[in-house]
Design a protein around this ligand. Structure first.
Ligand SMILES: NC(=O)c1ccc[n+]([C@@H]2O[C@H](COP(=O)([O-])OP(=O)(O)OC[C@H]3O[C@@H](n4cnc5c(N)ncnc54)[C@H](OP(=O)(O)O)[C@@H]3O)[C@@H](O)[C@H]2O)c1
Length: 269
């Protein structure tokens, strides 16, 4: 299968109003000259990005404001992308977390994490895969997951579980594809410095976070080269290999200590 050729093609990026999504959109536009459909809830941030990229990269940018924790929002984004039949790629990146004791996660917040990170993603992936399978057009889909899906992270319990779903879902679905020109990539980063991790509860973990530009660069490379799944950062990749040889209970116990220390420190402030 050849690499994706993004020049002058339309690519969807969800969660483009901040963090990794915003930076991936920037790199897709400036380095690959892709036209973009950018989606999230904050219209002002999306409009700012559209103005920036149309001016600096000379590409076309379509803004779609939608709440991807709802079926209506997910369907609206896909409908806007497929309206002209020219969609070439999609990066389903929007996601939310909760850092704290699972016992203190309110039910409505848990539902919102599940709906954003799993239900909305599957709803859009179903429609997009169906489009590429039926049309046999060339293209690619990337699901932004997390290493937390490989190694369940205490104090991000619900979040980890949603990302484990995405890892399994994306990798399994890849092997059901019948269109030889279409691929699904699962991108699973470790910590990244974004809005998601700028809260006080992440204070002790700041030193582990990857700069968002680096994470985005590796994400776009994984997407373009149609990786099956990809973890950015050599240390993260080595960590995954190393941890294969350790008992899961031991890894979880170590993580629990580090994350709890950070949480307790933020609570004392
Ligand atoms: N930061 C990390 O350490 C890290 C590590 C591994 C994986 N990831 C994954 O990377 C992805 C991007 O996260 P990030 O770190 O860039 O976080 P971020 O800066 O908080 O960005 C999250 C994006 O998702 C959008 N979003 C959230 N809920 C939404 C909803 N209901 N409807 C539509 N859009 C929604 C947000 O836009 P609006 O608020 O404008 O809607 C925002 O654009 C997520 O899937 C996350 O799980 C992050």
């Amino acid at each position: 299968m050849n690499n994706l050729r993004l020049h002058n093609k339309w690519v969807l990026v969800t969660g483009a109003s901040s963090g990794l999504g915003q930076e991936m959109a920037r790199q897709l536009a400036t380095l690959h000259k892709a036209n973009l459909v950018i989606a999230a809830r904050r219209a002002d941030k999306l409009e700012q990005l559209k103005a920036e990229l149309e001016k600096t990269a000379g590409v076309k940018v379509k803004v779609v404001v939608a709440d991807l924790s709802t079926i209506e929002g997910a369907d609206h984004v896909v409908a806007e992308c497929l309206a002209n039949g020219e969609l070439y790629g999609a990066i389903l990146n929007a996601g939310v977390t909760y850092f704290g004791r699972h016992s203190q996660l309110p039910w409505d917040k848990f539902e919102s994490i599940l709906k954003t990170n799993v239900i909305g993603v599957v709803r859009m992936a179903n429609a997009l895969v169906s489009h590429f399978e039926t049309s046999k057009q060339e293209g690619g889909l990337m699901l932004v997951s997390s290493m937390a899906g490989f190694f369940p992270v205490p104090y991000q319990t619900a979040y980890s579980a949603t990302k484990a779903f995405i890892n399994a879902f994306g990798n399994a679905l890849y092997n059901e594809l019948t269109n030889p020109n279409f691929s699904i990539t699962v991108f699973a980063p470790g910590g990244i410095a974004t809005e998601m991790t700028h809260g006080a509860e992440f204070g002790e973990l700041q030193g582990w976070l990857m700069p968002v530009q680096q994470a985005a660069k590796e994400a776009i490379r994984a997407f373009v080269t149609r990786k099956f799944n990809y973890i950015p950062g050599l240390m993260n990749r080595l960590g995954k290999v190393f941890m294969k040889f350790l008992p899961a209970k031991f890894i979880g116990g170590r993580m629990s200590k580090v994350y709890l220390k950070s949480l307790l420190k933020s609570e004392q402030q």
